[in-house]
Ligand binder design. Structure first.
Ligand SMILES: *[C@@H]1O[C@H](CO)[C@@H](O)[C@H](O)[C@H]1NC(C)=O
Ligand SMILES: *[C@@H]1O[C@H](CO)[C@@H](O)[C@H](O)[C@H]1NC(C)=O
Ligand SMILES: *[C@@H]1O[C@H](CO)[C@@H](O)[C@H](O)[C@H]1NC(C)=O
Ligand SMILES: *[C@@H]1O[C@H](CO)[C@@H](O)[C@H](O)[C@H]1NC(C)=O
Length: 360
């Protein structure tokens, strides 16, 4: 059942507000092209289905009634799963799922299998059959963006079981730069694992790394990072960089004093914002570096450290992690201009500040 395909790839597209990347796949027979949120923070793939009750802006999308390759499955056919929660429906023999996300949004529907089509690196297509997915009927507090979620974490129902234990994501910028458009996802053998590496801890369904230091313009700031193994999650489904309490306050005060007298800030929700555009202030804005165990690092230029939320203002793209979670979360703004390679077998993650100019 886990046929292995050599090089499935998919273009990914930036969405600026909220900042997120979407991947293009096709599902079913006849194949329907869709854009899904790329999420390394969850394992379960789900897609808005035809008779969606609470989905916004229902464009002509995927309808399981029309697809020849749709199969609903019973709960006991699927390997036991803790996320999503599964509920057998006695009357119909179907299996309902409920996927709950950390920020309170939720997707509910029917567990099923489908054929999902990716591109290959030679402009062909590859079809992966019997992929577990959720046919979503109800989406609670979800975002309007895309037709669902492609879950790239590693738990039981993940699409990753159809590939070698490897994948990579190459992200260009989130801005609508006409020269961008080469961001891509590569699954299996074609994954790009180059650059500096650090240890990848896989626990509680997430990808963790050890963040050791934070520096502002090359100078380390006092370190309040927790010393538990894997103090930081890599989550492309989260928009901003989240730092646990004291680290957040320390970074913010360094950035405040750096900008003092140059730029006045105001508060928007839980973000610190500034009038104007990042491009106009580029010379004045600091950069930070996050350094991981063994020296691998992520360098955040001003365009990764700040985010342009409208024509009129931009904000520090960093927020404090909710108190109950004593972890840092590296979201998508901090991963711009990086290729991130995941080797699950070797438990290694690679960061490479490299152009994505691999696909045309
Ligand atoms: C479910 O399990 C049965 C019995 O093992 C098997 O024959 C059937 O093909 C499975 N169905 C799916 C959709 O995997
Ligand atoms: C995955 O499935 C196996 C058996 O099918 C089960 O033992 C294990 O607990 C499951 N893992 C999770 C995280 O649900
Ligand atoms: C949606 O989220 C808001 C706040 O995040 C919460 O107050 C509300 O109850 C949620 N709605 C539902 C239907 O869960
Ligand atoms: C930002 O611009 C608005 C509207 O022009 C102005 O009212 C406000 O005082 C400015 N805020 C800061 C912090 O400069």
């Amino acid at each position: 059942m886990s046929e292995t395909e050599s090089a499935a790839i998919s273009h990914i597209y930036p969405h600026q507000n909220p900042p997120i990347f979407l991947t293009q796949i096709s599902i079913g027979e006849p194949a329907v092209p869709l854009l899904l949120i790329v999420d390394t923070g969850s394992s379960f793939t789900w897609i808005k289905c035809g008779a969606c009750n609470t989905c916004h802006s229902q464009l002509p999308g995927y309808d399981p009634m029309v697809s020849l390759t749709y199969k609903s499955v019973s709960c006991d056919n699927s390997s036991y799963s803790s996320s999503p929660a599964l509920f057998p429906v006695k009357k119909t023999g179907e299996c309902h799922y409920r996927q709950v996300y950390f920020h309170g949004s939720e997707s509910r529907g029917t567990l099923a299998k489908e054929t999902i089509q990716f591109e290959t690196d030679d402009d062909g297509f590859v079809s992966i059959q019997n992929v577990d997915f959720g046919c979503a009927q109800d989406i609670i507090n979800g975002s309007d963006v895309g037709s669902g979620v492609l879950g790239l974490a590693y738990e039981n129902l993940s699409i990753l079981k159809h590939f070698e234990n490897k994948f990579s994501l190459c992200f260009e910028t989130l801005s609508n730069d006409p020269n961008s458009g080469h961001s891509f996802l590569a699954l299996g053998d074609g994954a790009r694992t180059t650059g500096q590496s650090t240890v990848l801890f896989m626990k509680y369904g997430h990808y963790h790394v050890d963040l050791e230091t934070i520096s502002v313009n090359g100078r380390d700031i006092p370190n309040y990072l927790t010393h538990i193994k894997g103090n930081t999650i890599i989550d492309t489904g989260t928009t901003l960089l989240n730092l646990a309490g004291k680290s957040y306050n320390e970074l913010k005060s360094h950035i405040d004093s750096f900008l003092d007298g140059h730029l006045n800030s105001f508060i928007d929700g839980n973000l610190v914002c500034y009038n104007g555009t990042i491009q106009r202030q580029l010379q004045r804005l600091p950069r930070i570096t996050l350094t991981f165990y063994k020296g691998a690092s992520l360098e955040l230029d001003p365009t990764s450290l700040f985010h342009q939320f409208s024509d009129k203002y931009f904000c520090l793209a960093v927020m404090m992690t909710p108190e109950e979670i004593d972890l840092n979360i590296i979201g998508i703004t901090a991963l711009q201009n990086y290729n991130v390679g995941f080797d699950l077998e070797d438990e290694t993650i690679f960061f490479d500040k490299i152009s994505c100019d691999y696909l045309n």
